[in-house]
Design a protein around this ligand. Structure first.
Ligand code: SF4
Length: 376
């Protein structure tokens, strides 16, 4: 089904120096396990040599990949190249924490041919950083962007978080202004979600603070979109903005358009043809499986054409690229216009979607309610 598309490679580095109280990603603070993990990761690469051959995107995420030493990062990419073919224009992204970035580290990353850096800035407001339990300051965030530029990065992305308790629209817009002043090529703006089992989620349930209600959340979203579009950024996916099409994330696009991808490391997900599988979340289980010569896979699911179609609808309505109706029909055997014509024309009249030249796209207002749109 997706076998003709070029796959992407995701590598999960499951370590953090400390755990942020809002985060529910899998990561461990036991850094002494890093060498064992890297040995297992290299073995896992070897296990997939026969199933995946070439990639044109590599995304080193986490966790905090910038906790690895330059030598360890270089080894990761060397092993990737030993096991797989990276096409000549491969986008290689690394997620980083501003506190870990200095000129020599950044220059080593460029020497390892990493060409895209994502910096987890989250906010340019010290109070918000404090509330989020981040281990970097505003000053470090600022200098990490400047240093990345000086080290030769031409594709810099900043991650930011909004709807933080105590934050108002003005202070969020101030963070956005400071971000834009640094001219990053890419911005990801995520709304804070408080998962029940995280320390912040527990404090919220205990009534320690309030979170913005639905109307205010919507206002945050629309103000973000308007401000960034007015300053020249393309709002190309619900949470993502790029300074031109050439700076949209090619790797993330693979998740949104059902391209195949291989995920290595604990908790990483993979997708190929109509199969999705994911690795053990726990580092111990991951290491034990690999050291016993087994794939560290927790579970595999086989998706029907109908399930794939529903996913494609959900994912397509989250991107400004939208859904090419004829391609959708060919791939998922479903004629959206014939089956859902009535509801689609209501949504178009209400300004949530647009149907032009055989493409269904969400409008700016539609992106704000993308999850509901996919329930048509
Ligand atoms: S650094 Fe990132 S992955 Fe690690 S705990 Fe904080 S938010 Fe989660």
């Amino acid at each position: 089904m997706n076998s003709e598309k070029i796959p992407g490679l995701y590598i999960h580095i499951p370590f953090c120096l400390s755990k942020c109280p809002y985060c529910d990603f899998y990561s461990s603070t036991s850094l002494s396990v890093v060498p064992d993990f890297l040995d297992a990761l290299f073995k896992e690469m070897g296990m997939y040599r026969a199933r995946f051959h070439s990639f044109d995107t590599v995304y080193i995420g986490g966790g905090t990949p910038s906790l690895l030493s330059p030598q360890q990062l270089e080894n990761v990419l060397m092993k990737v190249r030993e096991n797989f073919n990276l096409l000549s224009n491969t986008e290689i992204t690394i997620e980083t924490n501003p506190a870990d970035l200095n000129r020599s580290f950044l220059e080593s990353m460029r020497e390892s041919k990493i060409n895209r850096i994502n910096i987890g800035v989250q906010s340019f407001d010290e109070k918000v950083l404090d509330f989020l339990g981040r281990r970097h300051s505003v000053k470090q965030a600022m200098s990490s962007v400047g240093d990345s530029r000086k080290a030769g990065f031409r594709n810099i992305g900043l991650d930011l978080i909004y709807c933080v308790p105590g934050q108002d629209i003005e202070s969020w817009l101030d963070t956005l202004k400071q971000a834009v002043a640094l001219s990053p090529e890419h911005l990801s703006c995520y709304q804070l979600t408080l998962e029940a089992k995280t320390p912040l989620g527990i404090r919220y349930q205990a009534g320690e603070f309030l979170v913005p209600g639905d109307a205010l959340q919507h206002e945050f979203f629309m103000k973000t979109s308007q401000f960034l579009e007015d300053t020249g950024y393309l709002h190309y996916e619900v949470s993502n903005f790029a300074r031109g099409k050439e700076y949209t994330s090619r790797h993330n696009q693979k998740y949104w358009d059902h391209s195949p991808y291989l995920g290595l490391g604990p908790a990483a997900h993979s997708f190929q043809c109509n199969q999705r599988w994911w690795n053990h979340c726990s580092l111990d289980q991951y290491l034990a499986a690999i050291n016993a010569g087994n794939f560290p896979v927790e579970e595999t699911e086989t998706l029907t054409v109908e399930q794939l179609g529903l996913e494609a609808l959900y994912l397509g309505l989250r991107t400004r690229k939208g859904i090419l109706l004829q391609d959708f029909q060919n791939e998922y055997h479903y004629d959206l216009l014939a089956e859902k014509g009535k509801i689609l024309s209501i949504l178009e009249e209400e300004g949530f979607i647009s149907i032009r030249d055989g493409t269904l796209t969400p409008t700016q207002a539609g992106l704000a309610i993308a999850d509901s749109l996919s329930l048509i």
